[in-house]
Ligand binder design. Structure first.
Ligand SMILES: [Zn+2]
Length: 364
C-alpha cells in the first residue's frame, strides 16, 4: 500500500481511535498483503478474435493490458501476472492455469465486442453465472469458440461443448463462491467506464465463459467496446483511447483492492453495543452460541469465506452503519477459542469471542 493511501485511511480512522482513546497500533493499519491480479489479453497468435476493417481484437486487448499492467505495477502491494505479453496463442485452460498457479486475487480478461448491427456500441462486463439467455449465448459462443482451435479439446475440457455453456458442470460451484466478488469488480468497471469515458453502459452480465469457469478466484471478462462500430473502433484502435480504457479498468481494480484491505482493519476497539456492562468471562447459558468477531467496518462485504482469509462459516450483522463479521458458530466455547487462535494467526489480531444467549449478543 502506498504511503499516501495509508495516510488517507489513517486520517479516516483517526477520529474513531481518538474517540475510543486507544493509541493507533501500526501493525493493525496495514495487512502487508500483496494483491495479485492476473491480466489476460484475450485471444492471440492464430486466434485474432474479432477482425473487422484491419482491426484485430487480439491487438487491442494486448495494448490495453500492457498499459493497464504498467499502471498497476507502480503499486508495491500489487503483483501483476500476465497470461501473454506477446502475440502468442494460448489455450483457455492455460490462461486459467496461469491464474490458479499464481494464486491470484483477481482475474481480468480484456476483449472487444462485435455485432452484426454496426450501430451496437458500449461496454459490458461479464461474470460467470448460470443465468443464460439467447442474447448472451451469442457472446459466449464467440469467446469460447477458440476452444475449437485447440488440439484435443474434448479431452481437456471433458466434453465441454463451446456452443453450450451448460455442458460445464463440475466446477460451477467454485466460481459461484466468488460470484459476489466478481459482480462487485464488474460493477466497478462498468461504473468507471460510464463515469470516466461517457460510454454506453450495457451492464454487468452473467454467462458461462470457459476462461472464467476454469479460474478459481473472482474473475471478470471485459468487452471494452464494439469494433464493428466505426466510432468505437477508431477509439479502441487509438493509443489515447486504449490508455483511457486501461485507466478506467485500473481505477476499478484499485477500488476493488481497497475494499479487500479495509475489510482487514480491525475496528473492534470501538465496539460498544451489547458489550456495555457485560462482565468478562461471565458464564453463559446452556443453550449459548459462540462466534468469533473478526472485523467491523462500514463496508458491506459478502459473508464469504473468501473475503475473510478463508476462515469458515462467515456471518454478518448490521449495527447502524457498521457491519460486524463473525466466523464460526459453536455450542462449545472451546471450539470458539480454537477458531479465535486461527483468526489471530490469519491477521485478525484483535478477534474476540461473542456469545449469543436468547438471541442477545455480548462479548466474552
Ligand atoms: Zn474476445
Amino acid at each position: 500500500m502506498k504511503t499516501k493511501e495509508i495516510f488517507i485511511i489513517a486520517q479516516m480512522l483517526l477520529p474513531v481511535f481518538m474517540l475510543a482513546n486507544i493509541p493507533i497500533d501500526s501493525t493493525k493499519t496495514s495487512n502487508n498483503k500483496v494483491f495479485t491480479v492476473v491480466l489476460d489479453a484475450g485471444h492471440g497468435g492464430k486466434d485474432s478474435g474479432k477482425y473487422i476493417a484491419r482491426t484485430a481484437e487480439k491487438d487491442i486487448a494486448l495494448s490495453v493490458v500492457k498499459m493497464l499492467g504498467k499502471e498497476l505495477e507502480a503499486h508495491r502491494d500489487i503483483k501483476v501476472v500476465y497470461t501473454r505479453t506477446t502475440d502468442k496463442f494460448l489455450e483457455l485452460y492455460q490462461r486459467a492455469d496461469i491464474a490458479n498457479n499464481a494464486k491470484a486475487d483477481l482475474f481480468v480478461s480484456v476483449h472487444c465486442n462485435a455485432a452484426a448491427a454496426t450501430s451496437a456500441k458500449g461496454n459490458e462486463t461479464w461474470v460467470l453465472g448460470i443465468h443464460r439467455n439467447a442474447d448472451n449465448l451469442e457472446v459466449v459462443q464467440r469467446e469460447n469458440s477458440v476452444i475449437l482451435l485447440e488440439e484435443d479439446y474434448e479431452e481437456k475440457y471433458a466434453g465441454f461443448n463451446p456452443n453450450d455453456p451448460s455442458s460445464f458442470a463440475t466446477n460451477l460451484m467454485i466460481q459461484e463462491e466468488y460470484l459476489d466478488n466478481s459482480i462487485e469488480m464488474a460493477s466497478n468497471v462498468q461504473t468507471r467506464f460510464s463515469a470516466d469515458l461517457k460510454r454506453k453502459n450495457r451492464g454487468v452480465k452473467q454467462a458461462g465463459f470457459a476462461v472464467l469457469r476454469l479460474s478459481y478466484m473472482p474473475s471478470v471478462l471485459i468487452e471494452t467496446g464494439f469494433i464493428t462500430n466505426a466510432e468505437e473502433r477508431a477509439f479502441l484502435k487509438s493509443s489515447a483511447g486504449q490508455k483511457k480504457v486501461a485507466h478506467s479498468i485500473y481505477d476499478a481494480i484499485l477500488e476493488y483492492q481497497k475494499n479487500r484491505d479495509i475489510n482487514l482493519f480491525i475496528l473492534d476497539q470501538v465496539d460498544t453495543g451489547s458489550v456495555d456492562g457485560a462482565v468478562p468471562f461471565q458464564t453463559a447459558a446452556d443453550n449459548a452460541i459462540y462466534k468469533v468477531q473478526i472485523s467491523a467496518s462500514g463496508n458491506k462485504l459478502a459473508p464469504k469465506s473468501y473475503n475473510f482469509q478463508k476462515l469458515p462459516e462467515i456471518s454478518r450483522e448490521q449495527d447502524g452503519s457498521i457491519y460486524r463479521y463473525f466466523t464460526g458458530n459453536f455450542s462449545n466455547l472451546a471450539d470458539a477459542v480454537e477458531l479465535k487462535k486461527q483468526a489471530v494467526a490469519k491477521g485478525y489480531k484483535s478477534a474476540f469471542i461473542v456469545v449469543y444467549e436468547n438471541g442477545v449478543r455480548r462479548r466474552l
